[in-house]
Ligand binder design. Structure first.
Ligand SMILES: Cc1cc2nc3c(=O)[nH]c(=O)nc-3n(C[C@H](O)[C@H](O)[C@H](O)COP(=O)(O)OP(=O)(O)OC[C@H]3O[C@@H](n4cnc5c(N)ncnc54)[C@H](O)[C@@H]3O)c2cc1C
Length: 419
């Protein structure tokens, strides 16, 4: 069998052989953890460059910038850092992926803030938002629509007089515990910017697992989620087997894309599906709320799972002619990491660990939870923790969920950070 594993980054092609896909994502919070937050003992505090710095221009970063503009009074500057300013992974990597949330939630995101409404009111029509408004609001849509909306607001926000963008990578953040001012170092020139409030919206990317040296090459997850590229990556005229690891949203979408190829243009393609869960979990409407809203399958992935893959359905389904399930239950408990960044103080030898309050988005020095240090996180890397009616805890991931969370917590961030 050929195997593929996922590699970070969008697109890319498979160099011969075939593939094993692992579809869990890893938070970029890992690199954040490597950053060291060093206490600066500055005697003469310099004037701050900005009232706030936001790192990341995906759906969460865009929503944070809009919320800060709405909440920070006066003419304080907001510095916004991203390497690309291309709407994050939704726009850069997933434009061919079917969305898993109702169109209306993208429209709600677009209308949620006064700065967004201002951009909307002054924009030419038709535009990305009018395109969304024309779609059936309770249905789902291709993420290209959401990607266009994110580009639309990125362009609008970048023209705002209080926003200064820095197209660069943020390397580290250092905290002066006396003045509670952060110095963020980037790859741009000048290399640093200071502010009392910093928000990390650094997103996630597909994780990789080491495979034995003799393993076949891997197909990046983002390629497997892009049918137009995937179809040219797999040979049509020879037997070819691809392994897919995982049983959640991305894995089901990849299986759907591979099944479509096997049943049309690539009849010699076969798929081995390695999963710890022979039965699937769906988001279900129940007594006025959605059970498994954050962890269950939705939209086209749910439909494909129910009709083609779930439990014994696979034994007699059309997809079952091409897909073989390998039961891997009992494996590793956790595939996602939530690393915590560190703070160094004094001579830098003493390490102060940071905790994260997933209910408020605040980072805090461990043992001093009440103290706000002006560092916050949002988006898929640092999602809100919520309780379900069944008493379970989930992380709320999705563009509208990021927005709802930020509308609730950003006023407190601003108030507590003296900006
Ligand atoms: C396959 C898939 C389908 C999804 N479908 C939906 C859907 O239908 N509906 C929905 O609401 N949600 C969906 N989501 C969930 C969620 O909305 C997306 O994961 C979204 O991309 C998360 O946004 P983000 O801003 O947190 O991160 P990202 O989109 O990953 O953006 C992070 C940004 O930070 C920048 N960055 C990172 N590190 C640095 C650094 N050190 N310096 C400077 N810049 C940096 C990156 O360049 C990037 O622009 C989906 C997710 C996946 C994986």
């Amino acid at each position: 069998m050929h195997v593929v594993r996922i590699l970070p980054g969008c697109g890319g092609s498979l160099a011969g052989g075939s593939t094993l896909l692992k579809t869990a994502s890893r938070h970029t919070g890992t690199s954040f953890a490597r950053s060291q937050f060093v206490r600066l003992f500055s005697q003469n505090a310099t004037p701050k460059d900005a009232t706030a710095v936001v790192v990341g221009a995906g759906p969460a970063g865009i929503a944070v910038v809009g919320n800060l503009l709405e909440q920070i009074k006066g003419d304080g500057k907001i510095v916004w850092v991203d390497e690309q300013f291309q709407g994050g992974r939704i726009n850069r990597c997933y434009r061919e992926v079917p969305g898993n949330t109702a169109v209306k939630l993208f429209v709600d995101y677009a209308e949620a803030l006064r700065p967004f409404q201002h951009i909307l009111n002054t924009a030419h029509k038709p535009n990305a938002i009018t395109a969304l408004e024309k779609l059936p609001q309770s249905g789902t849509c291709s993420l290209s629509y959401a990607g266009d909306m994110l580009n639309f607001f990125t362009t609008g926000l970048r023209q705002h007089p209080r926003i200064q963008t820095v197209q660069a990578k943020a390397d580290s953040a250092h905290l002066d515990l006396q003045t509670k001012t952060w110095t963020l170092t980037t790859t741009s020139t000048p290399a640093s910017v200071t502010a009392p409030l910093v928000v990390y919206c650094t997103g996630s990317f597909p994780s990789t697992v080491p495979l034995p040296p003799s393993s076949p090459p891997t197909i990046p997850l983002d390629t497997a989620l892009t049918p137009s590229i995937l179809s040219t990556t797999i040979p049509q005229d020879q037997p070819y087997t691809i392994g897919v690891i995982g049983g959640s949203h991305s894995a089901i979408l990849v299986l759907m894309n591979l099944y479509t190829l096997a049943s049309t243009t690539h009849p010699l393609l076969r798929i081995k599906w390695f999963t710890r869960h022979p039965t699937l979990r769906y988001a279900v409407e129940k007594d006025g709320y959605i059970q498994y809203d954050n962890t269950g399958l939705k939209g086209r992935a749910a439909e494909f799972g129910r009709t083609q893959l779930d439990g014994e359905v696979l034994d007699s389904s059309e997809a079952g002619k091409f897909i073989t399930r390998i039961d891997c239950s009992g494996g590793k408990e956790r595939e996602w990491g939530f690393p915590v960044p560190e703070v160094r103080i004094g001579d830098g030898k003493e390490v102060v660990r940071l905790g994260k309050d997933a209910r408020t988005g605040r980072f805090y020095v461990e043992g001093e939870m009440g103290e706000q240090i002006g560092l916050f996180g949002a988006g898929i890397a640092f999602p809100e923790e919520v309780d379900t009616p069944e008493g379970e805890r989930e992380y709320a991931v999705g563009m509208w969920k990021f927005m709802k969370f930020l509308k609730r917590v950003v006023p407190g961030w601003v108030e507590g950070s003296r900006v």
